[in-house]
Design a binder for this molecule. Structure first.
Ligand code: BGC
Length: 756
C-alpha cells in the first residue's frame, strides 16, 4: 500500500470507528453521572488516607451501616430498607427492633400496586415521599426500588417487584429513582440481577441466554442507571451463568459500569458475599452486614499481593463518589421528628387510589349505589388484615394502616347497616407458635373452617349485598420462599361458593401482591376488584373506588393465568427445579442456619429456557388464554378508539415512531383510559414474541369527551440483542402497531416499515 492509500485507509477506519461510537452513544446515557464531579477531590482524599482507613470502608459495622473515616470528616454510610416504607430502626448488630418511638413510617403500596398505576409520574411522587421519610431518619441510601422481573406468579417477592414486562418496569424504575434521589437520598436498585425466585435463592444458578437477559431482565436496571443516574445497586444472592452476582465481572464491571456508565456503589445483599479476592476485583464495594469476606480476609489479601492497591483505590472511589454527593444527616437531627408525615400519607393515598384494578363488573354492581341497599355484609379476614409487616424480610413499622373494613366504615358512616363475618382464618406461619426443625411445614391451602363458613353464610343471607374480601397476605407471599400454589388460601373458594348459594349479589375485593387463582371467584362474583397490599391509606382508597368517589384507573402489571401450569416456567418444567420442588430453605435458616443440610445439586440450576417468553409474551405467542390479560383494567365508563395513524410509513434508527389515535369516553363517568401500544413483527427473520409493549399513555376524559392521543416509540427501542455480535441490532422490515386497552384487547392496528 502506498502512503496515500494508507492514509485514506486509516481515515476510513477512523470514520467507521467514529460512526460506531456515535451510534452507540445515541443509545447510551444522555448525560454522564453527576457523581463524576467528585473524582478530582476524591483523588486528593485518597492520597491522604491510610491503608487501614481504606480497608475499613468495605463492610458493615452495624446491621445497616458501613464505616466512614472520622479523621477526615467522612461520615458512616447509613442504609435503610425499602422498598415500600422506611424500615424501623434495629439494634446495632441484630435484627431486633431498637424500640424507638419516632420511627413509625408511612406504609406505601408495595411494588405490584405501584406498577398497577402504570404511571411514572406517580412513581416519582412515591420516590419523593419515601425519600423524605428516609432523610428524616438520617439515611443515605434506600434499599429499593426492587425491580426484578416477575417471572413466576408464585414468586415470594412478586408483591415487591413491579411487573412481568421490562418496559413497564423500566418506566417505573426511572420515576421512582428520580423521585428518591431528588430529595438527596440514594437509591439502591435491587437485586442485580435475575433474582426471580425466592426458593433456594442463596444457591441457585440462573442459566439465561444473553438475549433474554438484555431484553427482559436487565432493562429496568439499565434505564434507572442511564436515565435516572441511580447511585446504588445491590448485588443479588443468586448466581448468573456460573458466577455469584456479588463477584460477577460481566454484570458488575462490564455491563453496569463500562457499558451503562454506572458511577455509584455496589453493595452486597445481606449475607450475599461469597469471596474476598473475586468480589473486590469484580466490582463489589461494600459487604453487608459484616466483614466476613471484605474485612480481615481482605486485609490479608492486600498484604499478600492478591489484591492490588489500585483495586482498593478504585473501590474507595466508588464509595466516596456517593458519600460526597449524599450529604450525611447529622446524628443530632436524625429520628427527631416522626417519620410518617401528612404529605407522605397523602401520596400513599394517591398511589393506592390509582393502583386499584377493576377486573370485572358484569352487572354493574360497582360503583355501589347505596340507595339500593339497606345492609352490606363485609366478609373475609382480609378485610381486617394488616399487611405492613408479616412473613420474612423488610416490613414497615407503620404509624397506621387503614384496612378495607376500616376504610369502608370511615367512608360509609351510618348511611346503612354494615355487618361483618370473618369467613376464613388468614394464614399465619408464625402465629402457629415457634417452628421446630423437622416439623412439617404448615400450609395455607387448607379446607375452610366450618364454624367461620357457617357464620359467613348467616351474615350473607341477612344482607342485601356481600363484599367478599379475599386474597393472600404477607405471610403467604413472603421473602425467602415462593408460594406452592396460586390457589386462594384458607378455603376461600369454599366460602364464596357457600355465600353465593344464599346471596348472589357479591362484589369481591382481592388483597394480594401477586396473581391468584380467581376461577371460583369469577364464577360466583359478578364484580372483582384487585386492591393489592395497598399501604397505610389502602382502605380509604378502596372505599373511595367502591363508592364511586373516584373511578378505577389501575391495570394489571402481570398476567392473571387460568392456572399456574399455563405460565411459562411451569409449562416448560423449568420451575420448580428438578429434585427440589418447593424448598423450606428459609425455615431451615431460621432454626439453625444450616443451609447445607438440604442442598441438592440439581436444585441449584434454574433454566430460563422460555427465553423471551415471560408473562404475556408467552401466553400470546402460545395462544393460551389467561383469565385476565396483562394490562387489563376496567373502569366505570367505556372508551372507543378510532383513527390510529403513524406520522410516517418508514422509519430509521435515529427517528421516533409517532402514532396518534382518537379515544372517546362513551359513558357517563369521568375517567382515565390507559392507551397501550404493542408491536408485532411481520415476517421477521429473527424470532420475537407475538407482541411487546413499547409505549403507553394515560388519557383523562370527561363523559362524552374525545381526544387525540400521541404515543412515541424511539426506533432504537425496537432493536433486538444479537448474541453473535454482542450488541443491539435493528432489523429491517414491517412492523404492525397494535393499540388497545390491554394485551388481550387490541382495538386498532396500523403498519409501518423499518428501514436502515
Ligand atoms: C433482602 C434485601 C434487603 C436486605 C436487608 C435481604 O434479605 O433480599 O432486599 O434489602 O435483606 O434487609
Amino acid at each position: 500500500m502506498n502512503t496515500l492509500k494508507k492514509m485514506i485507509f486509516l481515515l476510513l477506519v477512523g470514520m467507521i470507528f467514529v460512526t460506531n461510537l456515535q451510534s452507540q452513544l445515541t443509545s447510551n446515557r444522555a448525560t454522564p453521572s453527576i457523581l463524576n464531579k467528585y473524582d478530582a477531590q476524591i483523588d486528593e482524599i485518597i492520597s491522604n488516607m491510610t491503608l487501614e482507613e481504606k480497608l475499613g470502608m468495605f463492610y458493615g459495622i452495624r446491621m445497616f451501616s458501613s464505616a466512614g473515616v472520622p479523621r477526615l470528616g467522612i461520615a458512616d454510610f447509613e442504609f435503610a430498607d425499602g422498598p415500600f416504607g422506611i424500615r424501623e430502626e434495629l439494634e446495632a448488630n441484630s435484627w431486633s427492633p431498637a424500640g424507638l418511638g419516632n420511627d413509625l413510617a408511612t406504609f406505601f403500596p408495595t411494588g405490584s400496586a405501584l406498577a398497577a398505576t402504570w404511571n411514572p409520574d406517580i412513581a416519582y411522587k412515591y420516590g419523593v415521599a419515601i425519600g423524605a421519610e428516609g432523610r428524616l431518619r438520617g439515611k443515605d441510601m434506600l434499599l429499593g426500588p426492587a425491580i426484578n422481573i416477575q417471572r413466576l406468579p408464585v414468586g415470594g417477592r412478586t408483591y415487591e417487584y413491579f411487573s412481568e414486562d421490562p418496559f413497564l418496569s423500566a418506566r417505573l424504575s426511572v420515576g421512582y429513582t428520580k423521585g428518591v434521589q431528588s430529595v438527596g437520598l440514594a437509591v439502591c436498585l435491587k437485586h442485580f440481577a435475575l433474582n426471580n425466585q425466592e426458593n433456594n435463592r442463596g444457591r441457585v444458578d440462573v442459566k439465561v441466554s444473553q438475549r433474554a437477559m438484555r431484553e427482559i431482565y436487565l432493562p429496568p436496571f439499565e434505564s434507572a442507571v442511564k436515565e435516572a443516574d441511580a447511585w446504588g445497586v445491590m448485588a443479588a444472592y443468586n448466581k448468573v451463568n456460573g458466577f455469584w452476582c456479588s463477584e460477577n465481572e460481566i454484570l458488575q464491571e462490564k455491563i453496569l459500569r463500562d457499558e451503562w456508565g454506572f458511577r455509584g456503589l455496589i453493595v452486597s445483599d445481606w449475607g450475599g458475599t461469597h469471596s474476598t479476592v473475586n468480589a473486590i476485583k469484580n466490582g463489589l464495594d461494600i459487604e453487608m452486614p459484616n466483614g466476613m469476606f471484605l474485612g480481615k480476609a481482605l486485609v490479608d489479601s492486600v498484604k499478600s499481593g492478591a489484591v492490588s492497591i489500585d483495586v482498593i483505590n478504585k473501590r474507595v472511589k466508588d464509595i466516596l463518589r456517593v458519600r460526597l454527593h449524599v450529604k450525611p444527616v447529622p446524628a443530632s437531627e436524625a429520628n427527631k421528628t416522626l417519620t410518617s408525615q401528612v404529605s407522605q400519607q397523602r401520596t400513599a393515598y394517591e398511589v393506592a387510589t390509582k393502583s386499584i384494578v377493576l377486573l370485572k363488573n358484569e352487572n354493574s354492581l360497582l360503583p355501589l349505589d347505596l340507595k339500593k341497599y339497606k345492609s352490606i355484609a363485609i366478609i373475609g379476614d382480609n378485610a381486617q388484615q394488616k399487611n405492613a409487616t408479616g412473613g420474612v424480610g423488610a416490613g414497615v413499622k407503620t404509624l397506621y394502616e387503614i384496612t378495607p373494613y376500616q376504610g369502608l366504615r370511615d367512608r360509609l358512616g351510618n348511611t346503612l347497616k354494615v355487618t361483618y363475618a370473618r369467613g376464613y382464618k388468614s394464614f399465619s406461619f408464625f402465629g402457629n407458635g415457634p417452628f421446630q426443625f423437622g416439623q412439617p411445614l404448615p400450609s395455607p391451602y387448607v379446607p375452610a373452617d366450618t364454624a367461620l363458613l357457617n357464620e359467613a353464610v348467616r351474615v350473607a343471607q341477612a344482607a342485601d349485598l356481600v363484599l367478599f374480601v379475599g386474597g393472600t397476605n404477607r405471610e403467604v407471599e413472603t421473602e425467602g420462599s415462593d408460594r406452592t400454589s396460586i390457589q386462594l388460601p384458607s378455603g376461600q373458594d369454599e366460602v364464596i361458593k357457600a355465600i353465593a348459594a344464599v346471596n348472589p349479589n357479591i362484589v369481591t375485593v382481592i388483597v394480594s401482591g401477586g396473581p391468584v387463582d380467581l376461577n371460583t371467584i369469577n364464577q360466583y362474583s359478578s364484580s372483582i376488584v384487585m386492591s393489592w397490599f395497598n399501604g397505610s391509606e389502602g382502605g380509604h382508597a378502596l372505599a373511595d373506588i367502591l363508592l364511586g368517589k373516584l373511578a378505577p384507573v389501575g391495570h394489571l402489571p402481570f398476567t392473571m393465568p387460568v392456572k399456574l401450569e399455563d405460565s411459562p416456567a411451569f409449562a416448560l418444567g423449568n420451575y420448580p427445579q428438578a429434585g427440589g420442588g418447593f424448598g423450606p430453605d428459609v425455615f431451615v435458616n431460621l432454626v439453625d442456619g444450616n443451609q447445607s443440610a438440604i442442598a441438592v445439586e440439581d436444585r441449584n440450576i434454574a433454566k430460563y429456557s422460555e427465553e423471551l417468553l415471560v408473562g404475556y409474551r408467552w401466553f400470546d405467542t402460545k395462544k393460551i388464554k389467561p383469565l385476565f390479560p396483562f394490562g387489563h383494567g376496567l373502569t366505570y365508563t367505556d372508551f372507543e378508539y378510532a383513527n390510529l395513524k403513524a406520522t410516517q410509513e418508514k422509519y430509521s434508527l435515529n427517528e421516533t415512531l409517532k402514532v396518534s389515535v382518537d379515544v372517546k369516553n362513551t359513558g357517563k363517568y369521568e375517567a382515565d383510559e390507559l392507551v397501550q401500544l404493542y408491536v408485532h413483527r411481520v415476517k421477521s427473520k429473527i424470532f420475537y414474541p407475538e407482541k411487546e409493549l413499547k409505549a403507553f399513555a394515560h388519557v383523562p376524559l370527561k363523559a362524552g369527551e374525545t381526544t387525540t392521543v400521541t404515543l412515541d416509540v424511539p426506533v432504537f427501542s425496537l432493536r433486538y440483542w444479537d448474541e453473535k455480535k454482542n450488541e443491539w441490532v435493528l432489523e429491517k422490515g414491517k412492523i404492525e402497531i397494535l393499540v388497545g386497552a390491554s394485551s388481550g384487547d387490541i382495538r386498532q392496528t396500523t403498519g409501518i416499515e423499518i428501514v436502515k
